[in-house]
Every structure is written in C-alpha cells, then in structure tokens.
Design a protein around this ligand. Structure first.
Ligand code: NDP
Length: 310
C-alpha cells in the first residue's frame, strides 16, 4: 500500500528532501508518495517544520503522526489543532553538528584564544591555560544533544557536570537534577552550556539570580533557545563582570534585530542559529524508520511529551 507523506516546511527545504526522503523510505521497505500538496484527507503522515503556509492540522483526519523536522518543538506544541501524535527530530547529524559547535566554543574559552587572535598592543602574556581536567564545564540539559556533548567534553578530559529535569547517570559526567542541583551546577561552572528546550518552566531560567550564582568571570554558550535567558539580566551580568563573555546562537527574535544591544556588546559573540541543523540524509533515515515502526504497530520513537512541553 502506498503511504501519502505530506511535506510542509519552509520553502527552501523541499529541494533537500524531495529525493532523499523517498530514497530512505524505499530503503526501509516503505512505498511512499512524498508531496507538498496531497489532499489533507488522504495524508498518512505529515513531515513538518513551522512555515508560513500551513499551521492547521485539523483537516488531516487520517494522519497517524506529525513528524517534526526540528528538535525544538516550542512553536508547534501549543497548536490546538494538532491532535495527532507529534514526534521531534533526533538525528545523528544534528547531534554531531552540535558536538562540533560546543567543543569549538568551549575550546575557544578554555584556551583563551581571543587574547592571542586579537592582540593589537602586542602584549606578551605567557599564561598557559590549565589542563582540560582542571576546567569545570556545566551543561544544562542532558537530552539527546546535551548528553552527547557532555560525553564528548568528558572524553577530551574536561571536568563536566550536567543538569536535567529527572535524575540520570552518565559515564564521566557529574549529574544534578532539581532546584538544589541547579544551584550546585551553577556555582561550579566556569563555562556553562545551555541545551535546554524552551518550555514554560525553562523560560527566563537565566535571570539575575542565576547569573549571580556563577563563579565570577564565567562564560556562557547558549545554543538552546533565546527565551532561556533574560536579555537585560545577561547584559547587566556582563557589565558587572559576573559573566566575562557569552556566545549566543539563539534569540527571542530571529534574525536578531540589527539594533539589538547584543550586536554592539563586545563581550557577546552572536552566531546566527547555526549551532547545528537537521541533516536531510540522516534525518530522512530517522523519519523512514519511525514510519516503518508505526506501520508495524510499534510505538513511535521520540514522541513529544506535551505535558512536559518538549
Ligand atoms: P531533549 O528533549 O532530548 O533534551 C532536553 C533536556 O533538557 C533533557 O535532559 C531534559 O531533562 C532537560 N530539561 C527539560 N526541561 C527541564 C527543566 N524544566 N529542568 C531541568 N531540565 C530540563 O532535547 P535535545 O537535546 O534534542 O535538544 C535540546 C534543545 O536544543 C532543543 O529543544 C532546541 O531548543 C535546541 N536546539 C538548538 C539547535 C541550534 O542549532 N541552536 C539545534 C537543535 C536543537 P530530562 O532528561 O529529565 O527529560
């Protein structure tokens, strides 16, 4: 039986998936018709990323699932028309990209690279950086991406701790959970990475109070979501020296408006939401395998827990 897959995503994405996704489905033994304009009542699965043309899921009465192309689902989760099961993207390519970004930016801070790359006064300051094992890195969020990055940093020798909603164990990583755990990880993290989803519970988690708990001169890397941080509190923490530098990849408004104070703050590096992205080749295999499971009557992988918000 041919399965009808509707592809609904921002315009530029179609070219990346139109051949790759059917090929992955074929390799998984699925017979699919991938299209951007199947009649809603005939659609079996919706492959989706938020876009300007479709946000009403009610007409997809036959659809067995909506499969998000993105890992973060905060823009979809409160859509009341979306009553179908919703899965989020867990993609090996996405994980590897995030690891590369995090390791790169942690290394930049750890080695103090900026002082040598930009040294107009030709200062000879021969302070060698400490070994990685003497550098405390904290990762908030130990999910698919956070746990992978924490393990990679641990394998490089860093003294890594992580924080999640539920308690968990991870080889080579000191783990914390709950509010007490948050206070502890903040107080030990010289470099702090935010890899939490945006939910009502995590919004503005980084307020003045949280910044005040960090060791003086801490560095922050945020590829999670802009709403995790209270922007004004971050600017104040930078001005006060509480935070020495921040690398931000995600923002409350994207693209970051040209007059936003983050652009002119020398202690902030802005990257334009490029920490990692879903890779069509690997993501298509994940989607195909999930549809295959569903068709075999097995539970879908990576289901979004709507009550938890991610
Ligand atoms: P997961 O859902 O796999 O992991 C989320 C982690 O956050 C889990 O460890 C979870 O805890 C923890 N968490 C959630 N809520 C809380 C809370 N209230 N308190 C403490 N911990 C909490 O997500 P991923 O790792 O796949 O992705 C994380 C985020 O990264 C995405 O939601 C997205 O916003 C962002 N992202 C950014 C990209 C970029 O390019 N900048 C690319 C892709 C994703 P528990 O383990 O207990 O569930």
């Amino acid at each position: 039986m041919t399965l009808n897959l509707l592809f609904s995503a921002p315009e530029g994405r179609w070219a990346s998936y139109r051949n790759v996704l059917p090929r992955a489905c074929d390799a998984a033994g699925l017979d699919v018709n991938l299209s951007r304009d199947t009649a809603p009542g005939d659609v079996d699965y919706v492959v989706y990323a938020p876009n300007d043309t479709m946000s009403d899921f009610a007409p997809f009465t036959r659809a067995k699932a909506v499969l998000s192309l993105w890992a973060g689902v905060e823009k979809i989760i409160s859509n009341e028309t979306l009553t179908q099961p919703l899965t989020r993207m867990v993609d090996p390519g996405l994980r590897e990209g995030m690891r590369d970004y995090i390791v790169g930016h942690v290394m930049r801070y750890h080695l103090g690279m900026d002082a040598h790359i930009n040294n107009p006064d030709r200062l000879w300051v021969a302070d060698a950086p400490p070994l990685a094992r003497h550098r405390r890195v904290g990762i908030l969020g130990l999910g698919e991406l956070g746990a992978f990055c924490a393990s990679a940093l641990s394998e490089l020798g860093f003294d890594v701790a992580g924080w999640s909603r539920r308690e968990k164990t991870l080889t080579g990583v000191t783990t914390y959970a709950g509010e007490d755990g948050l206070r502890e990880i903040l107080s030990r993290s010289e470099i702090l990475v935010l890899l939490l989803p945006s939910t009502p519970q995590t919004e503005n988690l980084f307020s003045a109070e949280a910044f005040a708990r960090l060791p003086r001169g801490a560095r922050i890397i945020n590829p999670g979501r802009g709403a995790l941080i209270d922007d004004d509190a971050l600017l104040a923490a930078l001005a006060a020296g509480r935070v020495a530098h921040a690398t931000l990849d995600v923002f409350r408004q994207e693209p970051l408006p040209r007059d936003h104070p983050f652009w002119s703050e020398p202690r902030i590096t802005v990257t334009p939401h490029i920490a990692s992205e879903t890779r069509p080749e690997t993501a298509s295999e994940v989607i195909a395998q999930n549809i295959k499971r569903s068709e075999a009557g097995e539970p879908l992988l990576y289901l979004v827990d709507r009550s938890a918000g991610y």
